[in-house]
Write a protein that binds this ligand. Sequence first.
Ligand code: HEC
Ligand code: HEC
Ligand code: HEC
Ligand code: HEC
Length: 132
Amino acid sequence: MKRILLLVLLGLAAASFFAGVVSAGSVNAPEEEIIIKGEKKSARFSHPVHLKLGVECGQCHHDSGHQPLTDSSIAAMENSESLRCATCHNENFSNAGLQSIKDAFHQRCKECHKEGVNGIKGPTKCKDCHVK
Ligand code: HEC
Ligand code: HEC
Ligand code: HEC
Ligand code: HEC
């Protein structure tokens, strides 16, 4: 009886392991630092630096209903177009305070850098994020 239970458990563990491998799709967080281009300025951002802090995708990425996106919902996307903040945060956005790329990014990036994650703060000087 115990043996059958063990086999069933092993089977379930293997099934969920393979399901995990299969569900990992094509859209994943870039390993390299990315450059976010604005109209006048650009800024740099590294996924690995932030993911190492234990931050979830959904702390930065959300959908059109402002629901957080998960690793697997992002992986299932066809391309990364709907992850681009300016796809929604532009002059047509419903909330006037979040229409410019500057408003959306500064609110997300700078507030967390000031507050910190588990006691680790982020940089807050213009040149720490902005590149020529
Ligand atoms: C924590 C990172 C961070 C810091 C610190 C920061 N910014 Fe930004 N800022 C961004 C990001 C990301 C964007 C969006 C990409 C871009 O336009 O460069 C942005 C956008 C902007 C824009 C809009 C640029 C455009 O082309 O539309 C301006 C202007 C700006 N920042 C000025 C500043 C100034 C001035 C400071 C210092 C007082 C500063 N930022 C500090 C991350 C930062
Ligand atoms: C701390 C904030 C933050 C976290 C956490 C985060 N991202 Fe991002 N991600 C960004 C920003 C900012 C961009 C650039 C958006 C833009 O260009 O408008 C981006 C872009 C992307 C892109 C598009 C890259 C490209 O070059 O086209 C992918 C794919 C992506 N993220 C996946 C993920 C996944 C998967 C996770 C979770 C494992 C994640 N991100 C977590 C901030 C974050
Ligand atoms: C698919 C559309 C869409 C995309 C893409 C998108 N947003 Fe949003 N965002 C929204 C909506 C909808 C709200 C809610 C607005 C409200 O409550 O008035 C929102 C709210 C916000 C807010 C204020 C509330 C909060 O969560 O703190 C910030 C800051 C923000 N977005 C930043 C970003 C950044 C940075 C990115 C890119 C990493 C991004 N958004 C991508 C639709 C989007
Ligand atoms: C949830 C909190 C959080 C958010 C959101 C966040 N950061 Fe950070 N960031 C941090 C922390 C904490 C550090 C310091 C990490 C360390 O010292 O290991 C950091 C470090 C950095 C650094 C310096 C390390 C490096 O990559 O050279 C840059 C640049 C940076 N963040 C840019 C950004 C930008 C741009 C955004 C918005 C798109 C952003 N961050 C959003 C928490 C955050």
